[in-house]
Design a protein around this ligand. Structure first.
Ligand SMILES: [Zn+2]
Ligand SMILES: [Zn+2]
Length: 148
């Protein structure tokens, strides 16, 4: 079985725990890290998503690995802000500021992609390869759905 602790596929628990990840980004029950506090059956945690290993969609792991890196970078900022103090003394507004920063970075990335596509239209507003540009804009929308 490939299992996860969130309802809709792999989530932050899988992104930050020490277990090896299956190709779908979930954790294989035959390959848990016993140091993990979430996935070994002996921890008795609620499992909210899963599928048999032979029904694995085989995609998704890269996103979960990336989520883990984002989470680690986020935590590093919190730790730096709390340097020498206990974690509870971090100014609470820092969390909101970090979320805002992330949203701004994602918006910037999406706008770069949209702008790159926009730059290829001719003077009548047409594209040489409409399908390619639609695909590119779809990618930008996945990064940043809030199109102004
Ligand atoms: Zn785990
Ligand atoms: Zn799987």
């Amino acid at each position: 079985m490939h299992i996860g602790r969130s309802f809709d596929g792999p989530g932050h628990v899988e992104a930050t725990c020490p277990c090896p990840l299956a190709p779908c980004g979930l954790v294989d029950t035959d390959d848990v890290d016993e140091a993990c506090e979430q996935h070994p059956p002996t921890r008795c945690k609620t499992i909210r998503t899963g599928h048999p290993a032979d029904a694995c969609p085989g995609t998704g792991r890269a996103v979960v690995v990336a989520m883990g890196k984002t989470e680690a970078a986020h935590q590093a900022v919190i730790d730096a802000a709390a340097m020498g103090e206990s974690a509870g003394t971090v100014n609470f507004s820092l969390f909101g500021a970090l979320d805002d920063y992330r949203a701004a970075v994602e918006h910037e990335a999406a706008e770069r992609i949209r702008e790159d596509s926009w730059s290829r239209r001719d003077r009548w507003g047409r594209y040489e390869n409409e399908q390619r540009e639609a695909g590119q804009c779809h990618g930008a929308d996945l990064i940043d759905p809030e199109v102004p």
